[in-house]
Every structure is written in structure tokens, then in C-alpha cells.
Write a protein that binds this ligand. Structure first.
Ligand code: PMP
Length: 414
């Protein structure tokens, strides 16, 4: 399959070679890389993509969850064009930022006040800074295989880069480990930063009891609980926190709430966020040039009001739940060594067992076979549905997976 991939994609191959002359490995975004070289896309429309060699795909990756609106959502394109016509940036506040802020505060139970940044990474860095300033403490509790951005990654695999904090990296979904850590160090903990579902860590849902234990421990020890909902904010109108009935002290979001442009935001309890009120003496500084950039504000507002609506989220989450169920049923029926984890519209196909050389081969097999049949997912198996996807794409995908399992019967040892 890899040989056919190379033969089918000469332009992507040449572009990858070319890119490697100016960027290490031809790459400026590690998550996109896979061997032998990743595809170059030329165009996207709705939930479809066309690569530079002219192949068409149904995009089931959805820009690693951030492309929930699809590639050409008319309300967002119009909002960007309108904002552009008024000037790219205005050297001042614009009339969009407060509307986007109000809309997001209304959606997320835990967000009384919010501030904007340029990425989810930055939002998480700011949330940690907020918690440290508020508590005067320095320890930061994070979890194995958590991904909070390029500068806050604790797995999976590979050597990671993390902005230095005094981290305690605890096992995810392990209540005993959290309890015993807090029993020893609770008074030193500034923040607990947690994804309600591990995203890059393989779509591992946080156990509701584990998450509420974290909330209890944080409250008891006066540490700040931060939910990183950069991915899980799409699981309902109010994110996973609304589904769980939880109100963390702070929440970080990003991705689609910038309508597809560079965006991040951190928000939470009014007393925490009031530290940034510039009317106060000694206010904390948070002053990025592009924090209120007009294009992202316009795109985000259009996304919030017209595309990533509560109804649209409910629809794709239901579609995702159904698809996860039918894929797992298919794998079981065919005795194929795969299973799917996730919640709602976000999921990950995993080989069984999940690690080792064999796992790598299985992951490659399903990835390259799906590409050949016109379905674009992440090489690591991530799937994130977007609003333009409907039941027709879902059933075509299920058929493709079935075909692959049957065609590969010998290799898969079923
Ligand atoms: N947190 C989570 C849970 C994420 O999945 C990501 C991005 N994949 C980030 C933070 C970082 O966001 P960004 O890439 O915008 O920095």
C-alpha cells in the first residue's frame, strides 16, 4: 500500500522533498508528519478535499477537530470578507471582540469572563499563569499523554517540549494517584490542568468520577481546576463540562471558535479573570498584538452564531456516536484487530494491541487503504466529524472500512 501511495502521489512527494530544503523534515507542524511523506492538499470545499495530484477525499480529519465548520462555510467566508473590507486590523478595539466574548461566556457554564489569544497553546499557558498568580503557588498537576499544545505536551510518544513549570505528571483516570498526590502536596498546587477527554492521547474519555474527584480535591486544597476544552468544547453547546454538570474554575478553548483562523481563549471565575482588569493597580499583563484581531473575531462570531450552533453540534455528535458503534460492531464481526474510542464527533481508530511494531503496521494499513479509497483521516487514526458531513458520507465510510477488512483478511489474521 505504501508503494502504491508513493506512485500515486508524485507531486506531493516532490513538494515534500522541496520543503525539506527550507524546513527540518519539510515540516512546520509536527502532527502532520507521517512516513513516507504527507500529502499536500490543493483545495477544500464542504467536507471534501483535493490533493495536488488530483485525488478527491472525504475529509474525516476535520483539521484535527478544529475544522468543524468544513472548508467553505458561507457565513464565515462572508464575515471574513466583510471584516477585511473594513481593514485588516484597526490599531484599536473593534466592535466584534465583545460580541464574541459575550457569546462564549453564555455558552460555557464556567466562563464568567474571557480573554482571547492566538492558539490553544497560548490559552493554556495563560490559564496556568492566571492560576499561579492567584494562588501564589507553583506546582502544576497535569496527566500522562495529555496534549495542551505544542509547548505543553506530556505525550504520547517522542520527546516533548514543555514550557518549564513545576509539573507533577499523574496517570490519567487514576483516582488513587490523584488522591495520594494531593494528600502529600495539595497545599503547593496552583493548578490542575486536564482534558475532559485525552485528545492527541488517543481519544480516551475522562471518567466522570475521576474528573469530579479532581474538582473536589482542587476545591478542598484551594487549587485552580482548569478544563482544557480546546477539543471537547464541541461535545455539546457548553462543552463536556455542561454534559457532566461541572463548573471548573477555568476553561480553555480554541480552534473552531476562531472560525478556522488562529485563535485561543481562556476564561473562568470572575475573581480569577479580574486579575487582568487594566483598571486595577497591579493588573496582570496579557497583551498580544493579535488577541483581538478582526478577522478571527469576525470568523469566530460567525461560526458561533451560524455554524457551530447547538443543533449542529448535537447532530454531528449523534452521527459520531452511531459511527463509533457501527465501526466497533464491524471490527468485532470481522474479528479485526482494531477498536474505536472517543466521544460524540471525535474518535480514534486504534490497533489492538495498541503498541509495538505490529501496531504501527496495522495503523499504516488502515490509513493508506482508506486514503486509496478516498477517505482522509489522521495517520494516527484520529477522526473528527465536521458539520457538512451527513449520513451518506458515514455509510460510504463504513462500507470502505468493511471492504478493507475483507480485502486484507490474510494480513489481519482474521
Ligand atoms: N489543547 C488541546 C486539548 C488540543 O487538542 C490542542 C491542539 N490540538 C491544543 C490545546 C493546542 O491548540 P493550538 O494547536 O491551537 O495551540
Amino acid at each position: 500500500a505504501v508503494n502504491r501511495y508513493v506512485a500515486r502521489n508524485p507531486r506531493s512527494a516532490a513538494a515534500a522533498d522541496d520543503a525539506a530544503r527550507a524546513m527540518p523534515g519539510g515540516n512546520t507542524r509536527s502532527s502532520l508528519f507521517h512516513r513516507p511523506f504527507p500529502l499536500r492538499m490543493a483545495q477544500g470545499a464542504g467536507c471534501r478535499l483535493r490533493d495536488v495530484d488530483g485525488h478527491d477525499y472525504i475529509d474525516l480529519l476535520g483539521e484535527f477537530t478544529s475544522g468543524i465548520a468544513g472548508h467553505s462555510p458561507e457565513p464565515i467566508l462572508t464575515a471574513i470578507r466583510d471584516a477585511l473590507a473594513d481593514g485588516i486590523n484597526l490599531s484599536a478595539h473593534n466592535m466584534l471582540e465583545a460580541r464574541l466574548a459575550a457569546g462564549l461566556c453564555a455558552r460555557f457554564p464556567s466562563i464568567d469572563l474571557i480573554r482571547f489569544a492566538n492558539s490553544g497553546t497560548e490559552a493554556n499557558l495563560m490559564a496556568l499563569a492566571t492560576a499561579r498568580a492567584f494562588t501564589g503557588r507553583h506546582k502544576v498537576v497535569v496527566f500522562e499523554n495529555a496534549y495542551h499544545g505544542g509547548l505543553l505536551a506530556f505525550g504520547p510518544g517522542g520527546l516533548r517540549v514543555a514550557v518549564p513549570h513545576d509539573y507533577a505528571i499523574l496517570p490519567y483516570n487514576d483516582k488513587d494517584a490523584a488522591e495520594s498526590y494531593f494528600a502529600r502536596h495539595g497545599a503547593e498546587v496552583a493548578a490542575v490542568l486536564v482534558e475532559p477527554m485525552l485528545g492527541a492521547g488517543g481519544c480516551v474519555p475522562g471518567d466522570p468520577e475521576f474528573l469530579s474527584l479532581l474538582a473536589r480535591l482542587a476545591r478542598h486544597h484551594e487549587a485552580i481546576l482548569i478544563f482544557d476544552e480546546v477539543q471537547t468544547s464541541r461535545l455539546s453547546a457548553g462543552g463536556r463540562q455542561a454534559l457532566l454538570g461541572m463548573t471548573p474554575d477555568m476553561t480553555t478553548i480554541g480552534k473552531y471558535f476562531g472560525g478556522g483562523l488562529a485563535f485561543g481563549a481562556f476564561g473562568g471565575r470572575a475573581d480569577l479573570m479580574a486579575q487582568y482588569d487594566p483598571r486595577q493597580a497591579g493588573a496582570l499583563m496579557h497583551a498580544g498584538t493579535f488577541n483581538n484581531n478582526t478577522l478571527a473575531m469576525a470568523a469566530g462570531l460567525a461560526a458561533l452564531e451560524h455554524v457551530v450552533t447547538p443543533d449542529a453540534l448535537d447532530r454531528i455528535n449523534a452521527l459520531g456516536d452511531a459511527m463509533r458503534g457501527s465501526l466497533n460492531a464491524l471490527f468485532a464481526e470481522q474479528g479485526a484487530p482494531f477498536h474505536v474510542t472517543g466521544l460524540g464527533s471525535i474518535m480514534n481508530i486504534h490497533p489492538v494491541p495498541a503498541t509495538g511494531a505490529e501496531a504501527g503496521l496495522l495503523r499504516d494499513l488502515i490509513f493508506f487503504d482508506l486514503l486509496e479509497r478516498g477517505f482522509f483521516i489522521a495517520s494516527r487514526g484520529l477522526i473528527a466529524l465536521s458539520v457538512p458531513i451527513g449520513p451518506a458520507e458515514m455509510s460510504a465510510f463504513a462500507d470502505a472500512v468493511r471492504d478493507i477488512l475483507i480485502a486484507r483478511r490474510g494480513v489481519l489474521g482474521q
